[in-house]
Design a protein around this ligand. Structure first.
Ligand code: FAD
Length: 479
């Protein structure tokens, strides 16, 4: 075990961003302690037997294009600590009512071949992006308010990314298939598809489908957190579970893997009024209603090609997806993952798991179990007969399990144009207390399992002027 210095760092929260920050701080010579409220580490990257013994479910994140390409995770020997990626045959299927499915394949040509009149347009748009991804990814996963490493690439990306997803899809593609495929991917932004910048997430995730795939970890997303924890312990860091931090700990540096609302709740700090007001005006995004299933067999899709995909988007046409994401009326846009088709560790032999959720307004108490299952039945008649057991997690249940999921918001705050740039304030990771940093999904680049919020926060702290000397008196803002 490497020697650690006398400088101390506390990290509040063991989500992927908190653990990433902790590893980097330990590498920088800090004696690091991570404090986690739950007994189980990992925050949004956890797995558990939510239904029946032997059925392993991803409590939150399931599919990880951002993790496999993350410049932060690339620095950690995660494979040595047990992380193994599985690539389903195809990243994504989007079934339609005609009994076929539009496929996002790893190969751009194979994808183009199932898009009818829009094959060439898809190839022209996503081909160069997939090729340029390795050069662009650091810019795209960093704060917007900085000079990009690849300004020309970023200007071209920004031109499209700042547009509403629906209008970009309509201008790029003539046919229903390509429009529907792009709309479903863009809906991961959890923004209405007519909102400015809703195209950005659609462009990035579609590009990643070609550039790096949409993999799942063997043994569940908990394996990502366990591997990060393994890296941290190898650097001399420790993790204390089952303790919710309610006051700022006494440490030279404090990294908060929490959202603005919780930061405001700490009693032993007097934030300057302007900072407090900025945090108070932070907007949380729509919530999530999540179902997990133990199944007697695979989902009986009408379109058999859906069985080749790790993720399946159920929403029909672009117009239907857009209606749900704007008003949460009509038929829900449902995201399904079917991990057990590709990872036998998830269910007993011959049995299967499914993971499904849709977006609702923040804090909604509506029970949409029947609506979600109707939508699955629409594309997979007979699905209900395969259900052995279901787990239901409404927005309030998610928040109870992880206080960062305010009102069921899985991104630590809405992705609107303002909050994409000033996330959560113009200070980004910094706070007015010079030893306290934010490093959660409420900072750039936002939600997803990638650790880049932790990485950028440590860079902000150690790369500039905030190397805190041992024994330095506590800043007067903290009582
Ligand atoms: C249902 C769902 C599905 C998702 N699907 C995907 C997906 O497929 N792919 C993907 O990339 N992302 C997905 N995400 C998003 C992803 O999980 C999050 O964006 C990511 O986990 C955010 O990481 P984080 O480190 O910022 O915070 P979190 O992972 O939320 O971790 C925060 C941790 O801090 C702890 N904590 C909070 N307050 C305190 C306190 N006061 N004291 C001590 N500990 C505290 C919490 O218990 C938690 O463990 C999904 C999320 C959900 C909920």
């Amino acid at each position: 075990m490497p020697e650690t210095g006398s400088k101390t760092a506390s990290v509040i929260g063991s989500g992927p961003n908190g653990l990433s920050a902790a590893i980097l701080l330990a590498r920088a010579g800090y004696r690091v302690t991570v404090h986690e409220a739950n007994e189980q580490i990992g925050g949004g990257a956890r797995s558990s037997e939510l239904t029946l013994p032997g059925f392993l479910h991803d409590v939150c994140s399931a599919v990880h294009p951002m993790a496999i390409t993350s410049p932060c995770f690339e620095q950690f020997p995660l494979a040595e600590h047990g992380l193994e990626w599985i690539h389903p045959d195809a990243p994504l299927a989007h079934p339609l009512d005609d009994g076929t499915a539009v496929m996002l394949e790893r190969s751009i040509d194979a994808t183009a071949a199932n898009l009818g009149p829009d094959g060439d347009a898809w190839r022209r748009f996503f081909g160069p992006l997939a090729e340029r991804w390795p050069a662009m990814k650091m810019d795209l996963l960093s704060p917007i308010l900085r000079i990009p490493r690849k300004p020309v690439d970023m200007a071209l990306f920004g031109m499209h990314a700042l547009r509403p997803a629906a209008s970009l899809a309509r201008s790029l593609f003539k046919g229903e298939r390509a429009r529907a495929l792009f709309a479903g991917v863009a809906a991961h932004s959890i923004m209405p598809l007519d909102a400015p910048a809703s195209a950005s997430v659609g462009i990035v995730l579609s590009t990643l489908g070609h550039a790096v795939g949409w993999p799942i970890p063997r043994g569940g997303s908990q394996k990502i957190s366990d591997a990060l924890a393994g890296c941290l312990r190898a650097e001399g860091g420790e993790i204390v579970t089952g303790t919710r931090v309610t006051r700022f700990p006494d440490a030279d540096l404090i990294f908060c893997d929490i959202t603005p609302r919780q930061l405001l709740a700490f009693p032993n700090v007097r934030w300057p009024k302007s900072f407090r007001q900025s945090l108070e005006s932070w907007k949380y995004g729509p919530g999530v209603f999540k179902l997990d299933y133990a199944l007697d067999g695979p989902i009986p899709w009408n379109a058999p090609e859906c069985l080749r995909a790790g993720t399946v988007h159920l929403g029909g046409t672009l117009e239907e997806v857009a209606l749900w994401e704007r008003h949460h009326t009509g038929k829900p846009f449902v995201l399904v993952a079917q991990q057990s088709l590709f990872d036998p560790t998830r269910a007993p032999e011959g049995k299967h798991t499914a993971w499904a959720y849709c977006h609702l307004r923040n804090g909604s108490t509506q029970d949409v179990t029947r609506l979600i299952e109707d939508q699955i039945e629409r594309f997979a008649p007979g699905f209900r007969e395969r259900i052995l057991m279901r787990s239901v997690l409404a927005p309030a249940d998610l928040e109870r399990r992880n206080h960062n999921l305010v009102g069921g918001d899985i991104n630590g705050g809405a992705f609107n144009l303002r909050q994409l740039i000033f996330r959560p304030t113009a200070r980004l990771y910094r706070t007015p207390v010079n030893r306290v940093y934010l490093c959660s999904a409420s900072t750039p680049p936002g939600g997803g399992v990638h650790g880049m919020c932790g990485y950028n926060a440590v860079k902000a702290a150690l790369g500039v002027s905030v190397q805190v000397a041992p024994g330095r008196p506590i800043t007067p803002l903290i009582r």
